[in-house]
Design a protein around this ligand. Sequence first.
Ligand code: SAH
Ligand code: SF4
Ligand code: F3S
Length: 446
Amino acid sequence: MTYNVVTFGCQMNERDSETLAGMLEELGYEYEENFKKADVCILNTCSVRENADKHFFGVLGQLKNPHENHPGRIVAVCGCMMQQQHIIDTLKAKYPWVDLVFGTHNIAEFPRLFKNVRDEHQKLVDVWEDAAPIAEGLPQKRTYPFKSYVSIMQGCNNFCTYCIVPYTRGRERSRNPEDIISEIKCLVANGCKEITLLGQNVNSYGKAKSVEGTYNADEGGVDFAALLRKIDKIEGLERLRFMTSHPKDISDDLIACFGELKTLCKQIHLPVQSGSDEILKKMNRHYDRAWYFDKIDKLRASCPDIAISTDIIVGFPGETEEDFEGTLDLVRRVRYDSAFTFIYSIRKGTPAEKMEDQVPEDVKHERFNRLVDTIHEIQEEKSKQYQDKVLKVLVEGPSKTNKDVLTGRTESNMTVDFVGPENLIGTIADIKIIKAQTFSLYGELV
Ligand code: SAH
Ligand code: SF4
Ligand code: F3S
């Protein structure tokens, strides 16, 4: 019997899918590359923008009548979309053939739910409204042996007014530092070179008290910077990254880590969302331009060649041309190494949904294009700094677009393609950059 897990959305979902895959393998199922052929197909959904919702329904539609041409097949759907009643209602009305629906809070229950559906031939919807403390010791099937995501916390308490995540992922919960460290030690002992710590806002690791039984760092406990310092000491670990950091509570201690820790990559993702103080306030981000510039200055003082990336939303309700020019100005001043840009998308149940003066679609698109052009111009210039340099690259495998070259990532998280032997996969190689392009680098093995 075979399975496939189709993952939409962010790294948290990728991480959860590794758990679901681990559980199915423990139940004796084997991985099948084509999700349309698998006996068990799980779709792990994202709801961050309207496009994500649409994408899911498109893929679900491809599984239409799965039982007619594939008897005994089980289709399960889970993830952030399922935490919203209107989605469950749509599923029941239009996709009654879905066998199992569960949410983000009861992944640990999946084997039990799955066996019920499989053995009793029943359909099941089980979505919990509230978050439980993070379950430990679940089975895992890691995507790569040499680089891994490690979730240090789940949920979000920030309630940015545009964002669905606090509603789909629930209140913030942190894992015990001992559990995190033993997980990383085990990964490293098995050959993992690079760890990326995951959380919606890693800077508030150990701070929230909203869920009972969750780790709290008050009274001498381990805060995020202290956690990084402990992980940095793990023998055999080569690279440490984390995401995401909220600018409002990035501490001086964390900034100092970039100058001190040997494994911490010189790279940070620091979403700004907007360059207008007015809009930042309406977004409930709790910082302004001046605060953000100060953090950038401090980061560059601590670590002069740090690569900085960001997330930006254009067309938030009430955004004027002047507000948008504030964003362009901020982008030019910070000079990001890369940026994810998004057109504001209305999310049901968030405060921004109800805000008046929504920006017309054509204005949003026009601004979006100007922003992307500005970012690319800077990226192109910044990429040139790598020309003729020798960089350390963690080699990931053959390139998806050209099987004859290997691809990997630099410490700054740039993609590098080069020709080399397959036995370099999973190792860190010295690559001399011979062609520096806007989004990727091409090099040769030194
Ligand atoms: N916790 C992370 C972000 C998770 S969502 C953080 O705070 O940085 C990833 C990105 O999606 C956000 O940073 C934001 O830029 C974008 N995003 C979230 N909701 C959105 C919406 N309704 N419309 C457009 N973009 C959105
Ligand atoms: Fe969403 Fe804001 Fe939480 Fe990030 S910090 S997940 S943008 S509410
Ligand atoms: Fe999407 Fe949920 Fe992540 S909404 S971005 S999968 S936390």
